[in-house]
Design a protein around this ligand. Structure first.
Ligand SMILES: [Zn+2]
Length: 113
């Protein structure tokens, strides 16, 4: 490659130009580089809700956890400019359906006993 400062040919893997001494190649990642934030709440909300669907014995706990995290995830999504919004809404939908089914089952069991 060529030194961007003096234009002389230098080794491809050199960090400093051997002619003028200026830093070349392998530029340090700029500190201001935007770090993409992940909406952990939205992910956890959906994960809890989905585990609740698959493992009926923990549904009562996980549906509530899933709902709580999904609602928090929706707030976080607003702050992050929409990141994880879909996940949060899916988590709320799944957990609400779980809670409704759970209540229906409890009422049914109560009626049958
Ligand atoms: Zn140079």
């Amino acid at each position: 490659m060529f030194c961007p400062k003096c234009g002389k040919s230098i080794d491809d893997d050199s960090i400093y130009c051997s002619h003028c001494g200026s830093a070349v190649g392998r530029p340090q990642a700029p500190a201001s580089m935007e770090r993409r934030e992940t909406n952990v709440y939205a992910i956890l909300g959906l994960v809890f809700s989905l585990i609740g669907v698959m493992v009926p014995i923990v549904t009562i706990v996980l549906s509530i956890l899933g709902y709580a995290f999904s609602v928090a995830g929706l707030h976080v999504a607003k702050r992050l400019g929409g990141e994880g919004r879909g996940l949060a809404i899916a988590g709320i939908a799944v957990s609400v359906v779980e809670i409704i089914i759970l209540i229906a089952v409890i009422i049914l069991l109560a009626l049958l006993s």
